[in-house]
Design a protein around this ligand. Structure first.
Ligand SMILES: [Zn+2]
Length: 128
């Protein structure tokens, strides 16, 4: 992404609270994949129709918590983690990796996330 697509919020009590919400989802994601690297989280305003960004392969995610339906926060964060950590591309037919946010339950989002994690675990090759 280009930096101009997102404006970081200054750290404040409310920004901190929003960041905590995202960090908690990342914490749960580590239960699926304990080897997930540290992920840097930025909170702020995303331009246009965007809700967040994940910088491909750089372990950084930007999330516009205020703009996201509470029920969709988990799926948006998991989507951006997959971009940022695994450089997972968009897939129109996937309910989690479609470029436009889909109406799925949190349970479904975690299920698909788990499928991706399993797939990447198998791709790791030599595990000695
Ligand atoms: Zn995306």
């Amino acid at each position: 992404m280009k930096k101009t697509k997102f404006e970081n919020d200054k750290m404040s009590d409310s920004t901190y609270k929003e960041k905590r919400q995202v960090m908690e989802i990342i914490y749960n994601a580590k239960k699926y994949s304990p080897s997930l690297p540290r992920i840097e989280v930025k909170i702020g305003k995303a331009k246009g129709n965007y809700l967040g960004f994940g910088r491909l392969g750089e372990n950084q995610i930007w999330i516009d918590v205020k703009k996201i339906n509470k029920s969709q926060l988990v799926q948006v964060v998991l989507h951006e983690i997959l971009h940022a950590v695994f450089a997972t591309p968009h897939k129109d037919t996937c309910k989690l990796m479609a470029p436009i946010v889909q109406n799925i339950t949190e349970k479904k989002a975690w299920e698909i996330f788990g499928q991706y994690i399993d797939k990447y675990k198998q791709d790791l090759g030599c595990q000695n």
